[in-house]
Design a binder for this molecule. Sequence first.
Ligand code: ZN
Length: 265
Amino acid sequence: MRELDSEVLHLLPLGVGDAFTTRYYHTSFLLLAGGAVVLVDVPAPFGKMLREATEKAGLRVSTEDITDVVLTHLHRDHCNGLEEFAYRRMLAGEGVPLPRLHLLDELTELLWYTRLEPSLGPGFPPAESFEERMSEFFLLNPLDRGQGFATELAELVFETRITRHSKPCFGFRADYRGARLAYSCDTEWDPEHLDWLAEDADLIVHEVGEEGPHTPLEKLAGLPPGLRRRMRLVHLPDALADRDLPMPPLRQGEILSIQKRGGEG
Ligand SMILES: [Zn+2]
């Protein structure tokens, strides 16, 4: 099994496709740094995605190893695996610490009652508040819009920014020991968001998709070469699967090191 340098932030894509893909899994990835294992979004089939990506990368990471879950928004391709994740952790027993769940405060109650409670909850009438029920599965960290947070590993910190999308959603910048990963998350073409992401970023992971709630490829193809060199694409529609792209897409099971870079771009 492969050992990762604990001084370096690593990115492992579990899925790279859009909401309607038949070629990939939906977009999700792990960030690994020190002892922290941060899962960004939880599509279905979560367990299969984790197994295939970690085996391909030569890593041993199981559901029980995940310290933090970042849920960017409630579109199904980003959260349909959360019930499975919660069940798996519940079945792991009390010896496994609860994972932190970072999400927008305004979505927490909605998430519980529309997606988790029908399966994980006690049925009606609920005996406790939704926060109490959710706290059996997660250490909840409800975020205000634009609020940052630290993970279980205090040195791995996130800043968030609300995107222009059809549902409340945030992108983020994650910093660890001087290196920065920026992730657009789902967004329409938004130069201000991109400026924010690009600031001191060593790697920018940007979505691509159909005009409207997503960012058309043509907009990204027109960016300056120095910026494009720092960028990888994700949330891929099937139509882009066999095309030459102006910057490479992420690949499921490919591990990337986020290294502090110098110079232009
Ligand atoms: Zn979305």
